[in-house]
Design a protein around this ligand. Structure first.
Ligand SMILES: Nc1ncnc2c1ncn2[C@@H]1O[C@H](COP(=O)(O)OP(=O)(O)OP(=O)(O)O)[C@@H](O)[C@H]1O
Length: 226
């Protein structure tokens, strides 16, 4: 937990979430709490099956908790309709382990995809301030299947940051990369999200990835611990 100036960008209070039916039903998140302020970078670690991805999915509005409150920039997600949740999902930045690029779009159009969905109109900024530092300028006319894994993840990072979201969520962003690419990609993600004062939450198994963040919490028995 942290105290800081202003309202937290992310505030989780007393989240409970159950999975499975009947005798297989079990609690994944149990009175889970978190406060994260603007510009902070948090790594979430924990055993396989601890519920890290589930927690990230809740924050992303991809799932709803059984009880508890989750606010992003002061807005409670539990009050949102499906249409509003869909709008919310477009407004945040998401980076997944499987780069999830659109195969029929060029690198340029992949990078600008979410930017355009959010009706942003600053493509020069995206190409200069994101594509260039991510080393993508020469690759803008390529297609995803012509890129290496590290290059694809750099495209996914540019896409996730291009509409200047306040909150960026990354689930095992380096899980498909070798050690060298992993370190490079994480350093770029950490540097750019810091530069643009974005709040970053990264789920990872890698102590090295966690070290690149301001703070690391462990998910154990449904709760986040130091
Ligand atoms: N549809 C489902 N029905 C029942 N249990 C489920 C379902 N989906 C996930 N689970 C369980 O929820 C738990 C949390 O899964 P989650 O993917 O969040 O874990 P994780 O910490 O991200 O794991 P990993 O590090 O292996 O990716 C796991 O025990 C998983 O088996």
């Amino acid at each position: 937990m942290e105290s800081g100036l202003g309202a937290p960008v992310l505030e989780i209070q007393g989240i409970n979430l159950f999975r499975g039916e009947g005798r297989q039903r079990r609690q994944i998140l149990s009175d889970c709490q978190l406060q994260l302020h603007s510009g902070r970078q948090l790594a979430i670690m924990g055993d396989s099956g601890a519920g890290k991805s589930t927690l990230l999915h809740l924050i992303a509005g991809l799932e709803r908790p059984d009880s508890g409150s989750l606010k992003v920039a002061g807005q409670p997600l539990e009050g949102l309709s499906e249409a509003e949740l869909s709008q919310y999902r477009k407004s945040i930045g998401l980076v997944f382990q499987q780069f999830n690029l659109l195969p029929t779009l060029s690198v340029r159009d992949n990078i600008l995809f979410q930017h355009r969905l959010n009706c942003c109109n600053d493509e020069t900024w995206v190409l200069n301030e994101l594509a260039a530092p991510l080393g993508l300028t020469e690759l803008l006319d390529y297609y995803p299947d012509q890129l290496s894994g590290g290059e694809q993840q750099r495209v996914a990072i540019a896409r996730a940051l291009a509409h200047r979201p306040k909150l960026v969520l990354a689930d095992e962003p380096t899980g498909n990369l070798d050690e060298g690419n992993s370190a490079e990609v994480m350093a770029l993600l950490a540097k750019l999200s810091k530069q643009f004062e974005q709040t970053l939450v990264v789920v990872t198994h890698s102590p090295k990835v966690a070290e690149a963040m301001d703070q690391c919490l462990f998910l154990r028995q449904g709760k986040l611990h130091d």
